[in-house]
Design a protein around this ligand. Structure first.
Ligand SMILES: Cc1ncc(COP(=O)(O)O)c(C=O)c1O
Length: 363
């Protein structure tokens, strides 16, 4: 007996977490991860290949991310000092939770506030750093519950508030007036408005970013056709970005990703607009088809997925779809109203047709 036990060394919070290791490759139709369908043109692929062929792979990537920051900044009309690129928004979320987690009095421990249901990484990333997470349920139309959020803020002022808009998994935007009311109620907290799905939405929150010093915006290339490259970024005041640059690993974003992402914010903008435009059209077609099914109710979507209320238990539909090799997202394990909800990503027209046909049989 060596007396060594890894459990004695692990953070206690890890006992409540599991690794994200889904078995994805077994399924023919994968509508589970909100990626874009494979609509990239041959010309765009050739351009990416040409940039990657320039090589210089023996060198570390640019640690300052200068060219990429400049490209993102120019596309948004801000200064490069307001931009922090990361390895997906996931990395940016983890950097925020590493840097800005001092307890705000009268809170006696660092607290992170978000809504539920929402993107799970806010909670997972916070919990594995030992932070307290308060999750305030969304209201019956999946919008912000202002009073409940304000009570949470009063009880334990959060260091960081994460609000996804459009929200994952519900697909709707947070109402502008409610979001602003919550921001006004927490002037000492850093508000992260996560706009991962903004390319599919009618309205962004750049105006809130301009008006409130404590608001920042999180975006990603993952949902518009570049998930494999892993590039997300934060738009925030220069002093916020400067702090995050201290905790960021020096060579975090690989050079191929930096180069391709630079293209995505410059010459490939029209390509991305075409892809996202096609997905929005397809979203309308799929919503109309699924809307005709008696056993389903659809929340109007501002994202590249649909949030379906199912008369049958979601678990049964999820399992039956898996038997047909179609993978969607179910949250039935969380119970309550989520046991009758499914999230389905908009895929290619053929994939969507398969999903619609299967649901027509199953609902
Ligand atoms: C709301 C939201 N934010 C962030 C992410 C993570 O994106 P990334 O691939 O940039 O890490 C996702 C991915 O599903 C998401 O739904």
């Amino acid at each position: 007996m060596s007396g060594f036990s890894i459990d004695a060394l692990s953070r206690p919070e890890l006992a409540e977490l599991s690794a994200y290791l889904p078995d994805l490759h077994r399924y023919r139709v994968r509508l589970d991860a909100n990626e874009a369908p494979p609509l990239m043109s041959d010309a765009a692929k050739a351009r990416i290949a040409a940039v990657l062929a320039e090589g210089a792979w023996e060198r570390y990537p640019d640690p300052s991310l200068a060219a990429l920051r400049a490209a993102i900044a120019q596309s948004l009309g801000v200064s490069p000092a307001e931009v922090l690129p990361g390895v997906g928004s996931d990395e940016v979320i983890s950097l925020l939770l590493t840097a800005f987690v001092r307890p705000l009095p009268p809170a006696d421990q660092p607290t992170v506030l978000t809504t539920t249901p929402s993107f799970v990484m806010y909670r997972m990333s916070a919990r594995c750093r030992g932070l307290r997470v308060l999750e305030v349920p969304l209201d019956a139309s999946w919008d912000l519950s202002v009073n409940a959020l304000k009570s949470a803020i009063q009880m334990a002022p959060p260091s960081i508030v994460f609000i996804a808009s459009p929200n994952n998994p519900t697909g709707n935007l947070a109402s502008q007036d409610r979001l602003e009311e919550v921001i006004a109620a927490a002037p000492r907290s850093l508000f992260v408005v996560d706009e991962a799905y903004i390319a599919y939405s009618d309205r962004d929150q750049l105006d809130l970013y301009r008006r409130y010093e404590n608001v920042c915006i999180l975006r990603t290339l993952s949902k518009v056709g570049f998930a494999a490259f892993r590039l997300g970024f934060l738009l925030a005041r220069a002093n916020v970005v400067a702090e995050l640059d201290k905790v960021r690993l020096p060579y975090n974003v690989p050079a191929p990703t930096q180069r391709v992402a630079e293209l995505a914010f410059t010459e490939l903008v029209p390509e991305i607009e075409r892809i996202t435009g096609e997905v929005v059209k397809e979203r309308g077609r799929v919503a109309a088809r699924l809307g005709e099914l008696k056993g389903l109710q659809i929340t109007p979507s501002q994202a590249n997925f649909l949030w379906l209320r199912t008369e049958r238990p979601a678990m049964e539909l999820y399992e039956a779809l898996k038997e047909r090799s179609i993978l969607v997202r179910s949250f039935h394990a969380r119970g309550g109203r989520l046991s009758h909800q499914l999230r389905v990503t908009i895929g290619t027209p053929a994939e969507n047709d398969e999903l619609c046909a299967a649901l027509a049989e199953l609902t």
